[in-house]
Design a protein around this ligand. Structure first.
Ligand code: GDP
Length: 364
């Protein structure tokens, strides 16, 4: 017998039959219907009313790689364009740990206190780290994220730098149409993203630290050259003299740099994001910068240059992608590559052959 303990003569403990387990999925659960796709006009209307959930959905469309989404996104952007431009776009960078989140929280509250509406965006293509979380993550800017007039959006998740940057630039358009008059674009300050940010902001703020012993090496010289303002964070308590010293060193170093295209002389200031010391001084500097470039006409000029840059950038990207995704071109490239590696053809004639072939296919 399989279970001798169940025999009626058996005196010991008996085995009870088990309890039927419940289904793991609630049988009454109905799949939620995906929200209806809105029309471009509905998006624009929601954005113009600063309906944050519509704005958020529009940004998601901009970030989507789906062609249908992109088509709607582009239409929404075009329709928003007439309502944009009237803002201050400020790039903020610094190495991890420099205090960007703490400072953006403090700067942000300062800006909101003056009656502005603020959008905080980020560019971080490096982004195993981000995957849409760390940079721009709401939990990093605790106080700001609770403010009605602040819109915080993490970096579009990993992709090519150009692609990520383009999405951020398009998001700026949407945010401005929604009435955000101050835009922060944050980068991690270790690589290439800064050049991309430079192509979409009016003012570039570099956050530095004192007392790390490598004030001038910690950040790439190129990034320093781009800065319109360098601010030394954590100038609080015992750290104040060190911060002052670092500021003096930065001022000296800046003398060696060529003049900026705006003719604005970059300033170096100390502040403390955490204790909120000197925030107003930093903001006065930014105010002075905007007065200066608006008076000189550089503000307009730079924005025009940026618009041109993005047009050409987009053309470059589309051309490249059309070229490299053409199946016959791919095949020919592989053959030519072999020939070049075997020294049967020079790189230049091989390139010319492939290009000629591509242009021929276009004519057909
Ligand atoms: P991020 O990586 O650049 O975003 O830097 P965080 O804002 O996360 O700051 C890194 C660390 O520095 C945190 O532990 C902050 O509390 C600290 N920190 C940021 N700003 C200040 C400051 O003004 N003074 C001091 N003493 N610490 C700060």
């Amino acid at each position: 017998m399989e279970h001798p303990e169940n025999d009626s003569k058996y005196k010991g403990l008996q085995v009870n039959s088990g309890v039927k387990s419940q289904p793991t999925v609630n049988p009454y659960l109905r799949p939620r219907r995906a929200p209806r796709q809105m029309t471009p006009a509905e998006y624009v209307e929601g954005i113009r009313k600063c309906d944050v959930s519509v704005l958020g959905r529009a940004v998601t469309l901009v970030e989507s790689t789906n062609d249908a989404h992109q088509a709607i996104a582009q239409e929404v952007i075009e329709k928003c364009l007439p309502f944009t431009g009237n803002s201050r776009r400020i790039g903020i960078t610094g190495v991890p740990g420099a205090g960007k989140s703490t400072s953006i929280d403090a700067f942000g509250l300062h800006v909101l206190g003056k009656g502005s509406k603020l959008a905080v965006l980020a560019i971080d293509p490096s982004s195993e780290r981000t995957k849409g979380s760390i940079l721009g993550d709401k939990t990093r800017m605790e106080r700001l994220s609770q403010q009605k007039n602040a819109f915080i959006r993490p970096s579009p998740s990993a992709g090519s730098l150009g692609g990520v940057a383009r999405k951020t630039r398009e998001t700026i358009v949407l945010c401005e149409a929604a009435g955000y008059d101050t835009i922060f674009v944050e980068t991690v300050g270790v690589g290439q993203s800064e050049t991309a940010v430079q192509s979409m902001v009016d003012f570039f703020l570099l956050i530095q630290l004192a007392g790390t012993g490598d004030e001038l090496q910690g950040i790439k010289r190129g990034i320093m050259e781009m800065a319109d303002g360098i601010v030394i964070n954590k100038a609080d308590g015992d750290n104040i003299p060190k911060a002052e010293l670092a500021a003096a060193q930065f001022r000296n170093a800046l003398h060696l740099f060529p003049p900026t295209p705006s003719k604005w002389v970059p300033e170096v200031l100390c502040y403390s994001g955490y204790y909120e010391l000197g925030i107003d001084k930093v903001w006065d500097m930014i105010d002075r910068y905007f007065d200066f470039v608006k008076a000189s006409g550089y503000f307009e000029r730079k924005r025009n240059e940026q618009a041109r840059y993005w047009m050409l950038e987009t053309i470059n990207e589309q051309l490249k992608s059309s070229f490299y995704h053409q199946p016959q071109v791919k095949e020919l490239l592989e053959q030519k590559e072999l020939r070049v590696l075997n020294n049967e053809q020079s790189s230049f004639t091989a390139a010319k052959d492939v290009l000629d072939f591509y242009f021929d296919t276009l004519r057909k």
